[in-house]
Design a protein. Structure first.
Length: 163
């Protein structure tokens, strides 16, 4: 991100684009996809090599201010436990798996996803229902949302990914 200015410009982005069934050009087309991070600065690494949590003041301060600039959001993807915990009441008391298992409960407002990092590889192996049940529906909703034939030129909209 720091070198290119692009969120998800790494292997986790490759995985996320695969989940969404979109190519890089579509994913980074700002007229079709908006990416809003939970934190607006890199929080650094923890002792195990993973990213630290986003700073707690960022989302409450910025998300409400940014949302009016995206008036035609049709699909909001909550990517990872920080986004899920922030936007889905009570989810912080559940495991990420429990939240993702209830993905239908949050529709149509939110589509919840695990973070696509390398740490999710084992989770995907342990939860094959995600690829069998969730990804086909996710891809259908993304296709419907960003397919230029389904978006009028006057009300162009974009899925909004919050991570």
């Amino acid at each position: 991100m720091h070198d290119t200015g692009l969120s998800f410009n790494d292997r986790s982005g490759d995985r996320l684009r695969e989940w969404l069934a979109v190519d890089r050009d579509t994913f980074y087309d700002e007229s079709r996809v908006g990416i809003v991070p939970m934190g607006f600065c890199y929080p650094g690494r923890d002792l195990k090599g993973g990213d630290l949590p986003p700073r707690p003041e960022c989302a409450p301060y910025w998300h409400a201010r940014l949302r009016p600039h995206f008036p035609a959001i049709e699909l909001t993807l909550l990517v990872g436990s920080y986004a899920i915990d922030y936007y889905v009441p009570g989810s912080g008391r559940r495991s990420m798996t429990a939240s993702i298992e209830r993905w239908r409960d949050f529709l149509p407002e939110y589509f919840v996803l695990p973070h696509p990092s390398w740490r999710t590889t084992r989770w995907l192996r342990d939860n094959p229902w995600f690829e069998d049940e969730v990804l086909p529906e996710l891809r259908a909703q993304v296709r419907q949302t960003i397919d230029p034939r389904t978006i009028s030129q006057t009300t162009r909209s974009a899925p909004c990914l919050r991570r």
